[in-house]
Design a protein around this ligand. Sequence first.
Ligand SMILES: *Cc1c(COP(=O)(O)O)cnc(C)c1O
Length: 423
Amino acid sequence: MNQMVFRMTLSTSDPQIWEFYKKEWHRQEEGLELIASENYASLDVMAAAGGIFTNKYAEGYPGKRYYGGNEFIDEVEKLAIERSKKLFGANFSNVQPHAGSQANMAAYFALLAPGDTVMGLNLSQGGHLTHGSPVNFSGKMYKIVPYSLNPETHLLDYDEIAEMADKTKPKAIIAGFTCYPREVDFARFAKISKSCGAKLIADMSHISGLVAGGAHQSPIPHADVVTSTTHKTLRGPRGAFILSPAEDTAKLVDKAVFPGLQGGPLENMIMAKAVAFHEAARPSFKAYAKQIVKNAKSLASALSDLDFTLVSGGTDTHLMLLDLRNRKLTGKEAQISLDSAGITTNKNTIPNDPQSPFITSGLRIGTPALTTRGMKEKEMNEVAHWIDEVLKNPNDEAVRGRVKAGIKKMTAEFPIYPNLIKE
Ligand SMILES: *Cc1c(COP(=O)(O)O)cnc(C)c1O
């Protein structure tokens, strides 16, 4: 077992590093991970990611490499490509992007020229940095026309997006979000894109596990290019991939990834992606994806009952966004006090947030990681009460200690890696 080798060698050869590995291991096992973009990869995925494929250079694509000795690497990359195509019903796939940001960059390079107009959701309302933030390459290289959520409902306002697209004639529209709790209507986005001659880039990074498991509609039939990370709801290794419906687009994407913006692909991570796609094709993954949403809905309703305000009133997905203003707390304060009780979340701006992005009025909460541990609706109800208790007494150490002890007890019943020997 890969992990065992790692433990045996590093614990003696580099005890300084091993010390932090152990601490992080305990933090993961003994805490409640509610960050919507995190998950726990399987031992097989981790073994692949940490395996001998890390030693190999494989610039190029299967059958067209710049280095020798790639006969087995090629087979694994081909499997990763085939498995991702099959899992999502796509015609073409590129599994080389190192991360979601690189995947988006490749999609832009494939479809756009510098200076082109792009529409993406405002970062402060749930978009991603790579959807046009001025501090990111996307905001620097392209003319960004940000769209917003409806100020009352906090939902995507398709009529307004259509009107804006008609007026500004973007070359591409980005549909994909880091903090949108509701189902996205990709068919509607496609209609809007077609009517103004724009390409549709669907970034399903957050929801690709839900899409794979049939718990969210798929963007594949609707978008010109679909990008995704592999490490969020999809529960794979850190990394990304890009799906295309048409051969001409796929060729542009391949060129954009290599030699456009990456050198040697991380074949160890590509192997781990192949393993993750295989896992996500199993019936048990469908049940997992559905349980993520069930858990999110039950956590959202329990929090609502405890007088928390949910942006858009609830969730259809794996995440929810709390508006903490009625609790007289900022997102930053809430994140810090929950952290010290063993509950990991992240502060997040709410639509039209009066606070800065460093303070915020919101807290983003997601259920993919707890669902991987096997927790269900009953545990979600308990989690909601713990969140409420801590945030009612954000500076009370006794309360935090009591909650932390309760969490330690519950998490012990739902080990992440039951087969690993604890240190
Ligand atoms: C997480 C995410 C990304 C970026 O992924 P990284 O791997 O962190 O670069 C891009 N787009 C969306 C919508 C995301 O949620």
